[in-house]
Design a protein. Structure first.
Length: 487
């Protein structure tokens, strides 16, 4: 019988148990992980999938809980069949014993274990310790939203653009009735269309970049007619709902007392510097804002996997043509190798599965990846943040929300105390030491420091009860994440 939608149907092996070794452990059940798992199982591998969520699909294919009674969840998604067919395959392989699917499992570290790997996880609402032993590991941990702070961004009612979409897809709720959508990247068009279709008024989509940036990548565009059609669909939705698209503009301040009541929108120059005298105020009761995505790499960098600078300025994994990382036995697919969207993630997951199974990937998959990756490069170039955006930060604007560190204190650390990198700023100001560990403020702190974002190496990718650490066997304790690269 397929599992219920309320949690795992079989317990995960624990560190003290006699757990068998699976052929492949997949971390993450979003598009990349889901595609890799069902493809690997079809190729004869025994697969274990560990995912933090209650149901497969990741952020892109997030859907309402069954208790909400949604009759047409697919209406909230683009390319729903790509997910539905793979979820059906996941359940079939699970019933046949080829896949073990473990929802509510947050993997916090991966350590070498005698030629294989042990993945340690926090499992379920009770935060129990769990471990999975695997010969190979595929990291499909996805990405999180990139935020560039501005005065007023901590007001209630200011949320991430992806967060607004998650509220709609997962909870069938709107963050407000009159919602400005702002930031940069094609996600804004999808979010605005979804919110308007659900009944919200969207007075404007405020895009800091310019779609003319795609003009220099005409070959990549022509090789991806489906992407052009998708963009036309989003554009048609904006026209249908009377939503104005303002390019080369940004929200430079949010206003309100108990919650956001209006935003100031200002025109930008080519370097994203606000142009004096171009500001106007737009009333709203919610702001959905985001500047693209950042690959989530904690597990990979903890293992010592090599990284590179992606075209959008973020840090991504350095992968070979078969999706291998620089650490033998560790593969990766999806946004961890550079932001590219769900279709690219599905393709990379399938390519990785073939490589792990010792099979050559079909030529059609390789060609599709090249085509989609070229489009991702064009997208990154068109929407990459300009250096001038820090000009809209007043000294009193909180940059690190967790520790309430304002921009002025970071500027003081750089200008008067001699800080030359984000790590030194962190030590001097506590920026990045809070609950999110710099995931939200990292790009902003790096920009104010005058440098590029760097990938931190953390021994733990999420909060872990001390009892879990105390319960680790000596071998696992001695072979922590640093052991993978000999440190």
């Amino acid at each position: 019988m397929p599992p219920s939608d309320t949690g795992p149907t079989r317990p995960a092996p624990t560190p003290g148990g006699a757990a068998a070794t699976t052929d492949l452990a997949v971390v993450g059940a979003g598009p990349a992980g889901l595609a890799a798992a069902v493809t690997a199982a079809a190729l004869g591998l025994k697969v274990t999938v560990l995912d933090t969520a209650e149901r497969p699909g990741g952020q892109f294919y997030r859907h309402p809980a069954p208790t909400l009674g949604a009759t047409r969840p697919q209406a909230l998604h683009h390319d729903w069949p790509a997910f539905a067919t793979r979820e059906t395959a996941l359940r079939a392989h699970e019933s046949a014993g080829r896949i073990t699917y473990l929802p509510f499992h947050h993997v916090w570290t991966v350590v070498p274990d005698g030629g294989a790997w042990t993945l340690h996880a926090v499992a379920g609402p009770e935060e129990e310790a769990a471990a999975v032993h695997a010969r190979s590991v595929l990291l499909a941990t996805g990405a999180y939203e990139r935020q560039l702070p501005f005065p007023g961004w901590t007001l209630p009612g200011v949320i991430g653009a992806g967060g607004a979409q998650a509220m709609l897809k997962g909870g069938l709720v709107l963050p407000g009735r009159r919602i400005v959508v702002a930031g940069s990247g094609p996600l804004l068009l999808a979010v605005a269309g979804s919110l308007a279709a659900a009944g919200a008024t969207v007075p404007a989509v405020v895009e800091a970049g310019a779609y003319t940036g795609y003009a220099g990548h005409l070959p990549a565009l022509l090789r991806n007619p489906a992407k052009l059609a998708e963009g036309a669909t989003y554009g048609g939705a904006l026209l249908r709902h009377g939503i104005r698209l303002r390019t080369r503009h940004a929200v430079t301040e949010a206003h309100g007392a108990d919650r956001v009541e209006a935003v100031t929108v200002t025109r930008l120059d080519r370097d994203w510097r606000p142009l004096p005298g171009t500001s106007r105020r737009i009333p709203c009761d919610a702001l959905a804002v985001g500047h693209g995505l950042v690959p989530q790499l904690e597990l990979a960098t903890g293992l010592g996997c090599a990284t590179l600078r992606a075209p959008d300025g973020t840090v991504a994994l350095d992968l070979d043509g078969e999706q291998r990382t620089s650490v033998p036995g560790i593969w990766s697919a999806g946004e961890t190798g550079g932001i590219g969207g769900a279709q690219l993630a599905l393709t990379e997951g399938e390519i990785a599965a073939h490589a792990i199974a010792g099979r050559p990937a079909p030529a059609a998959l390789v060609r599709r990846r090249a085509r989609l990756r070229a489009f991702a490069g064009a997208m990154a170039a068109a929407h990459r943040s300009g250096p001038g955006w820090t000009d809209w930060l007043s000294d009193g604007t909180d940059v690190c929300r967790c520790e309430e560190v304002p921009a002025g204190r970071i500027r003081e650390a750089v200008g008067e105390l001699g800080a030359r990198d984000a790590r030194t700023v962190k030590l001097l100001t506590r920026a990045g030491m809070g609950w999110c560990q710099g995931r939200m403020c990292g790009p902003a702190v790096a920009a104010l420091t005058g440098g590029e974002p760097v990938s931190d190496r953390r021994p733990l990718s999420c909060p872990v009860p001390l009892a879990h650490l105390a319960g680790l066997p000596p071998a696992a304790d001695a072979g922590g994440p640093e052991a993978a690269d000999g440190r």
